[in-house]
Design a protein around this ligand. Sequence first.
Ligand SMILES: Nc1ncnc2c1ncn2[C@@H]1O[C@H](COP(=O)(O)OP(=O)(O)OP(=O)(O)O)[C@@H](O)[C@H]1O
Length: 270
Amino acid sequence: MIQIEHLTKRYGTTTALHDVTCEVATGTVTGLLGPNGAGKSTLMRVVLGLDHATSGTALVAGRRYATLRRPLHVVGAHLGGRAVHPQRSARQHLLALARSNRIPAARVEEVLDLTGLRGVARRRAGGFSLGMGQRLGLAAALLGDPGTVLLDEPVNGLDTDGVRWIRRLLRRLADDGRTVLISSHLLSEVQLVADRVLVLGKGRLLADLPTADLAARATPEHLAEGMSALESGYLSLVEDSAEYVAGAGRPASGATVQSGATMQEVRHGR
Ligand SMILES: Nc1ncnc2c1ncn2[C@@H]1O[C@H](COP(=O)(O)OP(=O)(O)OP(=O)(O)O)[C@@H](O)[C@H]1O
């Protein structure tokens, strides 16, 4: 379980998270949603002890990350990017991680199988495709068989078969009683895998509800435009919370839209 209480994180004058309180329950896949700059990565980074909270707390399995004696056994994460020595093979990378965390080498073979990397385990990780890199990041996250898993855009770069595989894996992790938190902009994926969603907008928690309840907030106008119910429910919730607006500052319908304008203002060309 992840417990977040009154979490505020400021970077200078930017408030990335403002007084966020929520729980991510065990046995569920929870989607973390929000427009660009909403605070999703910041929330994950604070949970993982990569950033310090300005105030409030973030606990994993009842503890602050910094106080975990064997963190990889409690929480595994893949936040994108490649924290891999490019000359090392996938297996060498995982073995090095396992050694430094006192994890038996046999577990490396298990996660290579789990992530479908056995066939390329001897290949240089630096030459991996985006999708293979995703799988390797996931293998590292699962190395300690943690009870909580945090993944940033987990389907990014995966092919169709890989996407299907990760959906099933996330479901299995949750069904085994783990806590799974994924951030994503792909609402169609969230709809398929997430039991619940947390929605952030400009650092504030806008919603914490079952995925189906977010879809139930769809508006007829959005649905008439061809949006899915989840897209519509989500957009209705965040439309005044987008920090970055495409085309802001450029003339739109003969009007100049200022940076920071709400979605309604953009739509109405104000
Ligand atoms: N290290 C940092 N220094 C200064 N500002 C930061 C830093 N990290 C994040 N921010 C700011 O905090 C806010 C939240 O950023 P964050 O990366 O958490 O958003 P996000 O929801 O993950 O966005 P995206 O969907 O684009 O990945 C943004 O305004 C961002 O510019």
